[in-house]
Design a protein around this ligand. Structure first.
Ligand code: GLA
Length: 413
């Protein structure tokens, strides 16, 4: 597991913009990694007819087993999150939410305990409205009871959706529910869909300063769909919104581009590399959503590539900055640790080609902030080799294949 060191905290304090207030619950200091049911399973409640695609206890425990036995946990995958469609349609006589009796026969505490004994963490879902997006009971009017129920069950992460409510209510509801979570004294990563609904449903600009003060992470954009155009739309959104959203992004407070769609057959290998690399360059949460048995050997190797994960889980948590090199070629640049002294970061450069043809690209790293006059060693992350060192005078030239990415990490010499 990747941990924060004292020295890293010092760097982190130096780098954060002064006006940005952290949600100080000490959680999600690196972007959460794990699995969440929605992207692939959605509201899979028809288990009699579709036993292979069923949101139930077995599924959740089996993800925990896979994380535990197949190297995911060691790579940093930690949270296992049940999304919508987990409850009965009615609360109990005390107003408490009740897990679906057939699909979750032992309740949620049992699942949390199972997950915790494997050293993993457990997440759940609710909506800020009276009903969830799929019309199961939501938390409006029950913030205190629900916060306590989630705490009693041992929930470590709560995703709170924002369907069906007015803009004003979003702006107060998320704060109020956050207060109730805090009162329980149970650590829970607070994942808010607040800005998505403000921007795309109510057509206003989210107040990110406020959101970052109350949430650990937040959805900015539409739900990912299981196809390449959806992934490209997400990448373009983060490119276009970089200036607006990057100041609020850092340890404990993450912009969330939604799930990774590996294990669904939706992407080819090059596209998968692009999808995962851009998310890691953004320091985005990494949440898989698939039948874990369907992850290919290629995807598994990519998911567990520690040189890549080190970029995404870097303790500084800086969101990569996009530069449009050509119409469909974007360079993402991310400063990160290790540093040489206190002035020279390492940098990762991801040259992302969204075109269906290859492009020959030349970049002068000095243009993008590298500053050590002693030069840099250059790791080609996917080739797992080092290229020739570069100085501040040198350029790097490379052919980027169609719908693919070249990723270099530069370490100051
Ligand atoms: C919304 C969210 C999704 C998922 C569904 C559940 O669409 O954005 O991530 O939680 O609701 O109904």
């Amino acid at each position: 597991m990747l941990r924060l060191h004292v020295l890293d905290i010092v760097f982190l304090v130096i780098l954060l913009p002064e006006n940005v207030k952290l949600l100080k619950n000490g959680l999600a200091l690196t972007p959460p990694m794990g699995w969440m049911s929605w992207g692939y399973y959605m509201c899979a409640v028809n288990c009699d007819n579709y036993p292979d695609k069923c949101l139930n206890e077995n599924l959740i425990l089996s993800v925990a087993d896979t994380f535990y036995h197949d190297g995911y946990q060691e790579a940093g995958f930690e949270y296992i999150i049940i999304d919508d469609c987990w409850s009965e349609k009615e609360r109990d006589e005390n107003g408490k939410l009740v897990p679906d009796k057939k699909r979750f026969p032992n309740g949620m505490k049992y699942i949390a305990d199972y997950i915790h004994t494997r050293g993993l963490k457990f997440g759940m879902y609710t909506n800020i409205a009276e009903i969830t997006c799929m019309k199961y009971p939501g938390s409006q009017y029950f913030f205190d009871i629900d916060a306590q129920t989630f705490a009693d069950w041992g929930v470590d992460y709560l995703k709170v959706d924002g369907c069906f409510v007015k803009e004003d209510y979003l702006n107060t509801g998320y704060i109020d529910l956050g207060q109730e979570l805090k009162k329980t004294a149970k650590d829970m990563v607070y994942s808010c869909s607040w800005p998505y609904y403000i921007q795309f449903i109510h057509k206003k600009m989210p107040d990110y300063q406020k959101i970052a003060k109350h949430c650990n992470m937040w959805r900015n954009y539409h739900d990912v769909q299981l196809h390449w155009p959806a992934v490209k739309a997400i990448i373009n959104h983060y490119k276009n919104e970089y200036d607006r959203i990057s100041p609020y992004h850092g340890p404990g407070q993450w912009n969330d581009p939604d799930m990774i769609i590996f294990g669904t057959g939706a992407l080819n290998e090059n596209q998968s590399r692009v999808h995962y690399t851009v998310y890691l360059m953004l320091s985005a949460p990494i949440l898989l959503s698939c039948d874990m048995n369907k992850i290919t050997t290629f995807e598994k190797k990519l998911l567990q590539n520690l040189d890549l994960i080190a970029i995404g889980q870097d303790p500084l948590g800086i969101m990569a900055k996009p530069y449009q090199l050509e119409q469909l070629v974007i360079l993402w640049v991310k400063p990160h640790l290790p540093m040489k002294g206190d002035r020279f970061h390492s940098f990762s450069f991801a040259i992302v080609n969204l075109d269906t043809e290859q492009h020959l690209i030349s970049i002068y790293p000095v243009v993008y902030g590298v500053n050590s006059t002693d030069g840099y060693s250059v790791m080609d992350v996917f080739a797992n080799t080092f290229r020739k060192n570069v100085t501040l005078k040198d350029y790097i030239q490379v052919v980027v294949p169609a719908e693919d990415v070249i990723l270099y990490t530069l370490f100051p010499l």
